[in-house]
Design a protein around this ligand. Structure first.
Ligand code: BDR
Ligand code: CA
Length: 343
């Protein structure tokens, strides 16, 4: 078998429990090479998300990937303080990780993205799992960005599922509707991974226990974080489990999981100040005809999967993907000393 070189990926995130899972997934996926990470305010401030990202990268033994702090505030208005009830005050479910001694790069997330898009012209794949402020800023900085980037995958929106911030708006879009509108109107094809598919592919308590029992610190830390996340989702699902928003978007972006229903349709973002603000208005009128082509449409909206996601996620996270971190767990990272308090 001829081995394919891994594609370069840029991750933009608001790290966040499910963001941490997406980051781990991208580090583990054999066909992805993470070349840069930007952070944005969402679940936590952009600066707090960067700190979590650096600590997670250290735990995973990946000290080489540049992390850039991005937008603190959305394009319009101000950051509203995050989602401590969902992700904990520190963004990662109150799990305390060993502190990385690495700093963020001096570029902003938008600047780093533009630089990497030029460096990997035509090859860079971008996965966006937070509000879309950074990429909207990058589009303003480099109008040729659509020509430079190979693929865009966004976790966000709700096509026909209910929203999770308002009746119709999902968090990543609701936190910066103006940015989302600009990004979805730009000259590129986009894959949108909305709540329709992320709320119907969940991780159960048994999966979490498997992560906790895995013999490396990253898997155990993720298992700890999920304990907090499950505490939020128990009120949505009535049992200990959680949605898998961000890792699912990452898996779809790297082609690790097959989608079933994913029509290419027109999508507009509601930027009014009414009750629809932040809604992704997806034109699903082709539903009863097997989604015939919509001329000019450029947004592939993933509505369902062809296979179960949780086993794939578990298998990827348990693969032998970070020997350096495993070595660290034996030598310096005494489990009693590293307080993974969410366990
Ligand atoms: C999205 O919002 C954030 O809270 C999650 O990390 C995910 O990206 C889900 O609506
Ligand atoms: Ca996120």
């Amino acid at each position: 078998m001829i081995e394919q070189p891994a594609s370069p990926f840029f991750l933009d995130c608001d790290t966040g429990i499910d963001d941490a899972l997406a980051l781990a997934y991208l580090l583990a996926a054999p066909n992805a090479e993470l070349v840069g990470i930007g952070t944005v305010s969402g679940n936590i401030s952009a600066a707090g998300g960067a700190r979590n990202t650096l600590d997670l990268l250290q735990l995973a033994g990946h000290q080489d990937i540049p992390v850039a702090v991005g937008a603190h505030d959305p394009l319009v208005g101000s950051f509203r303080g995050g989602a401590p009830h969902v992700h904990g005050a520190n963004g990662i479910g109150e799990v305390e990780l060993p502190t990385s001694n690495r700093e963020t790069v001096s570029e902003s997330a938008a600047e780093l993205l533009v630089r990497l898009a030029n460096q990997y012209a035509g090859e860079l794949r971008v996965v966006l799992i937070g509000p879309l402020t950074n990429i909207a800023q990058a589009l303003r900085l480099e109008p040729k960005l659509p020509e430079l980037i190979a693929e865009i995958t966004i976790m966000g929106g709700a096509a026909s599922a209910p929203g999770n911030i308002t009746a119709v708006a999902e968090a990543n879009i609701a936190n910066d509707p103006e940015a989302a509108a600009e990004v979805l109107a730009a000259d590129w094809d986009v894959t949108l991974v909305p709540l329709d598919v992320t709320m119907t592919n969940v991780l159960e308590e048994g999966h979490r226990q498997e992560l906790l029992a895995t013999d490396h610190p990253m898997a155990q830390a993720l298992g700890g974080m999920l304990g907090y996340y499950f505490g939020f989702y128990v009120n949505q699902f009535g049992r200990a489990c959680s949605a898998m928003h961000d890792p699912l978007a990452a898996a779809i972006a790297v082609g690790g999981i097959e989608v079933a229903i994913a029509p290419i349709v027109h999508v507009e973002v509601d930027t009014t100040d009414g009750p629809g603000r932040g809604q992704t208005v997806c034109d699903l009128r082709g539903l009863y005809m097997g989604f015939p082509e919509q001329p000019g449409a450029r947004c592939r909206v993933v509505l369902s999967l062809a296979e179960e996601f949780a086993p794939h996620l578990l298998e990827t996270l348990q693969s032998d993907w970070f020997p350096e971190a495993a070595a660290q767990s034996v030598s310096t990272l005494d489990q009693e000393e590293a307080v993974l308090s969410g366990r």
